[in-house]
Write a protein of this length. Sequence first.
Lengths: 320, 189
Amino acid sequence: MKDAVIDIRDLAALMPMHLMLDRAGVMVSRGRTLAKLLRGAVRLEDVFIPADNLGHRISFKDLFSHLGCGRRIFLQMRHHGDVSLRGHGVHVSPERAMLNLGFGICLSSAVQRFGLNDSDFPPSDLAMEFLFLHEANRAALLELSRVNIGLEEARESAQVLSITDPLTGLLNRRGFDIAFSRAFDQRDKRPFALVHLDLDHFKNINDEFGHAAGDRVLVGVASALASEVRSGDRVCRAGGDEFLALIFADWPAADSLNICKRIIGRIGSVEAGPGSGRISASIGIAVSDSKPAVLPHQLFELADAALYRAKISGRGRVAL
Amino acid sequence: MHGLVNRCIEVFLRSTYGNALWQEVAAETDVHPDGFLTWGNSPDGVTRSIVIASARRLDKSAGELLEDVGAWLSRQEQIRRLLRFGGASFEEFVESLRELPGRVKLVIPDLELPGFAVLSDARGRYRIIAESHQSGLMRVMAGMLRGMADDYGSLVIISVARDRIEIDVVLPDYSGRRRFELSPMQVRP
């Protein structure tokens, strides 16, 4: 069917991205959409820089002779660096060639730059689907990132809760064990004292003044402990009226003794209620450079033994 | 039901009627007060009980509430834009609705939108018929269609019965059409 004829205006509507060229590079017919890009330009090279597969600049003469044989051609827009068309073409006569072009991956920039709308794309073109997908994808990703942030926050707060004592806000035993094993591994570089504190006669306070008063005392003791240690030290309520602390210092024995004496003094001002008398606490300390303690649990045993000595020597004391 | 469907109803309730109503509905239906976080599936009964509980509190029928959800969806800018990709006029939009399940699948493959047929016996008159018994979806779609008719500036009569929607486009260009540029960058206010 060599002699079928199509009206040039029909062609512009049917193939809105076509371009008919003559050998001299004059654009003799152009598709409707392409016309928006070309404005009034007459010659191809006024608006485009022809390029080969690799994006290397070629002359118009080469472009013209390369057409056909399934080769792709690229036309970089001369004045719009972000828009490059790609396509293919055939010779319709020795003097004329027809190109069919598309926006490829530059579609979004072209739509933006030339204010294209849906009537600029023929129904056979996937441009609208591409733009839809591009936008829908972005919305879905936005929603997914909201999900991710939510999950991350939930994980963090669950993690904090899992190592926090709900009454005092100090570490719980699980949290302390994590901190302790980390400290124990680095004890040569960063010596520390393990402090074991136990309230004296706490059971009597619960019995005489009730558990609410007992809880108030525990909170008071927690804040006494927390305000005497330094930032970087760790304090824990191990359960009941037992507290543990890690005090990091270059001379852990001397420094922790000083701190613990201040803690005992401060605890003395905590009251369970009117007429409850003074609260007192006993403290045992073990230091990380103690010779006999080569295993983590041995350090706890040393602190526990020191606490026992503090208790039998009259309570309200610190023993090392 | 897909987590996004529940999430959509949750956000609709929160943004339209406030957090307090959502908290009441969540407590009654045993849903987490923070709402739906993931896209995981939950039994359809959860969605149904949320719709029924909130409709009762708002003194509406479940159908009316779902139509409100659809209309609200069409007013969410991101969704409005995605819907406007369906066509240049309201009629084209209605005619492209049969492609909607496919478009949804492209973006969220596990969100199964039940199928429906779009029929037309005269110019400007359409019927949408659900393939399976999905009266809820038809209600949401009816609300969404009303919202989009507005967006396209068309005067349209829409009626919905259990599994079908009747659409009568009275005046396609009744009032001003809202702008729609293919590139979202251009619509910055």
